[in-house]
Design a protein around this ligand. Structure first.
Ligand code: ZN
Length: 335
């Protein structure tokens, strides 16, 4: 993605008569309190699937409540909960074109405990041929949008096992993909039986909204990710093992939260404003992916995802670095 540099005076670009409100609502002390809480040792680095990130989510939700913003339509709470699926391999066996397959030749990416596939199961068949980009090709199927058997050429024998990484964290799907390491490029007959222990790992974004006064069905979204890297005792700094993540991205999350506080107090928004703290960014952007599926993109007029604004831009004060400048006219509007 191409990156562009945009320079603008943030305070000056807001409606001038609101400057008073802005300075009394978004104060230095308030920014320090919020970012300081998110980045405190008590949050243990906010790593996905830990107690620390749950504390951070509870803090953000309590703040949203204190600002008086609402949960998303159709929900009675700020936590937008979902699960990642982690299949743990138990066993796999099968036959392809009348030859038995070794366990090491089968990798099933599935949310089924007991996956059974035959030539009557209606699976599509794909081939990853010698010379192809194995992981690039394989990733096309890992979204589990279609039941597919993928025949992987034996020139990939050394790397084939690494395709098991595709089932590290997944959204639930009733579709499955089976990779088979084989010199065969077509299927005359097949039976596959793969067993997994299916673990569900809970996650939550924290989301609130302020209904718009005149255009309530049009959305403007402010977001930041509230997860970070957690604790790492093998890579300590001055005997400190907690990765506090003040800049990445307690800073952006704080900006999003204080904008919520500001707009809740001023009630000046024509469009509906949505405020989202995303989980699981560092492990694959799963929170943002789940969140984005809850909207019709045509209803979303603009979205600001705020990332790492805790240190001064290398272009100096009152400047920002924008990703995706060329994709919309938002950068120009900001300028
Ligand atoms: Zn980040």
């Amino acid at each position: 993605m191409k990156k562009f540099f945009v320079s603008f005076c943030l305070l000056g670009s807001m409606v001038a008569v609101k400057a008073q409100d802005l300075q009394t609502i978004i104060t230095d002390a308030e920014v320090q309190r919020v970012v300081g809480t998110l980045a405190s040792d008590e949050m243990e680095g906010r790593r996905t699937f830990t107690k620390g990130i749950e504390k951070a989510a509870a803090f953000i939700a309590a703040e949203f409540k204190s600002y008086g913003i609402q949960p998303l339509k159709g929900s009675n709470q700020y936590l937008q909960s979902f699960a990642m699926i982690r299949p743990k391999f138990i066993s796999a066996s099968g036959m392809l074109n009348e030859s038995a397959l070794d366990t090491k030749q089968i990798i099933a990416v599935t949310c089924s405990k007991d996956l059974q596939v035959t030539d009557k199961s209606g699976y599509e068949v794909a081939v990853i041929a010698k010379g192809a980009n194995l992981f690039g090709e394989a990733r096309k199927y890992s979204g589990l949008t279609k039941n597919t058997i993928v025949l992987v050429d034996t020139s990939f024998t050394n790397n084939f096992g690494r395709l098991a990484q595709l089932k590290g964290n997944m959204f639930y799907s009733d579709k499955s993909v089976v990779f088979i390491l084989t010199p065969e490029t077509a299927i005359k007959s097949i039976t596959i039986d793969a067993k997994h222990d299916i673990q569900e790992m809970p996650l939550a974004n924290v989301v609130g909204m302020i209904p718009g006064k005149t255009l309530p069905n049009e959305y403007v979204i402010f977001s930041g990710h509230y997860d970070h890297l957690g604790i790492n005792t093998r890579n300590m700094v001055n005997n400190d093992s907690i990765y506090n993540g003040a800049n990445d991205d307690a800073a952006g999350t704080t900006a999003m939260m204080l904008l919520a506080k500001y707009y809740a107090a001023t009630k000046s928004n024509d469009r509906t404003l949505i405020f989202a703290a995303f989980t699981a960014e560092e492990v694959g952007g799963f929170g943002a992916q789940y969140f984005s599926k809850q909207f019709n993109p045509l209803d979303v007029k603009a979205m600001f995802n705020i990332e790492m604004i805790g240190s001064e831009s290398k272009w100096g004060k009152n400047s920002a670095f924008i990703t995706g400048y060329e994709k919309t006219d938002m950068g120009k509007l900001l300028q």
